[in-house]
Design a protein around this ligand. Sequence first.
Ligand SMILES: NC(=O)c1ccc[n+]([C@@H]2O[C@H](COP(=O)([O-])OP(=O)(O)OC[C@H]3O[C@@H](n4cnc5c(N)ncnc54)[C@H](O)[C@@H]3O)[C@@H](O)[C@H]2O)c1
Length: 369
Amino acid sequence: MNLMRYGIVGTGYFGAELARVAAALPEGAVTRVYSPEHAIPLAQEVGAQVAADALEVCIADDVEAVIVASPNDVHVEPALAAAAAGKHVFCEKPVALSYADAASMVGAARTAGVTFMAGHVTQFMHGVREARRRIADGEIGRLLVAQAARTGWEPPAEQVSWKKMRERSGGHLFHHIHELDLVLAVMGAAERVVMSGGNLAHRGAGHGDEDDVLLAVLEHEDGSRSQLQWGSAYRWPEHHVTFQGTLGAIRVDLQDVGVTMRTERGTTTWPLHSSWAEDAERREEYAAASGGGGVTYGAPGARPPGWLRRIMREELEWFEDVVAGRLEPERALAGLTDGQAALTSIATAEALTISLAEDRKVSTAEVSG
Ligand SMILES: NC(=O)c1ccc[n+]([C@@H]2O[C@H](COP(=O)([O-])OP(=O)(O)OC[C@H]3O[C@@H](n4cnc5c(N)ncnc54)[C@H](O)[C@@H]3O)[C@@H](O)[C@H]2O)c1
């Protein structure tokens, strides 16, 4: 049995749980952790050493893989350092806040011959994988349009998180890149994009500086279209991704949790997560979040819910299988480790950002060349 020894960079809400998950894997151990805050109790819990800085984690001899779970604006340096030191990298989403950074991370991993995996949890949801199998089998015909919404209402916060600061998180578009990533994975790359939006109701004390309304339209290479919206200015929260084809439609509902397919032959439903019980857990969690579950954020010290912990475990098991060469990646998930999901989602998000700033339709080739 080969042991995969992990180093963790960033041990807040998500990094701490990824460390627990990694330490509990049959072939996993966590040997080094670094975080300016929250590192010591986590190190004690998982039996790791506290490193003096991120670089120490990335170059340590007793680390084979580095999990990057620091704030979004500080992913690139540890990912590059880890790859340069020959370590595999599991990088939280959004992998970067610019296409140039994402491309340098994917390129560094390719050059070093190590695996670089983007932590795009939505692609691991069982119900999403089933939806993609059915779409690939032609059950809803030729895809015409996708719609996605991740919206809700945020009250002022006592302490404004980095997640609300555009420079640090990239705002809703980058921080909640999951919906964009899923739409691109199913509909194919976007050729041209346009976005409108702004900060309409979240200015001043208790708020960050991100836009609270974002309305995006994508034109895909095959002529199909997508329409996505994100934001915290919505008193009627929504969270779904819906695919409309010539023969039917599939709605991935992340709020009233479950997946539904409608065709002329009738309606079929299946769980979004690994069981109806996990779906019920998420439904209750969303119902308890007054502003909407899609705009509720984890904080250091909190534990992710069970449905999310399961996905985190499946992600890291998949990562270990890919690193060990045990797995012929299911085609639908191959984009997570071949750079495609990381690059197309960040290129599209950057093109959308330019569109908003410059008030024009933008070709993604302008960003990715
Ligand atoms: N896939 C998902 O569903 C999901 C969910 C939550 C968070 N995330 C991602 O995980 C990452 C961390 O988010 P979080 O919710 O844990 O945030 P958090 O604020 O809870 O934790 C961030 C941690 O990073 C540490 N940190 C700050 N600056 C650092 C630096 N320069 N180097 C290393 N560590 C640093 C902080 O001390 C803190 O411990 C983000 O990229 C976020 O987008 C993903």
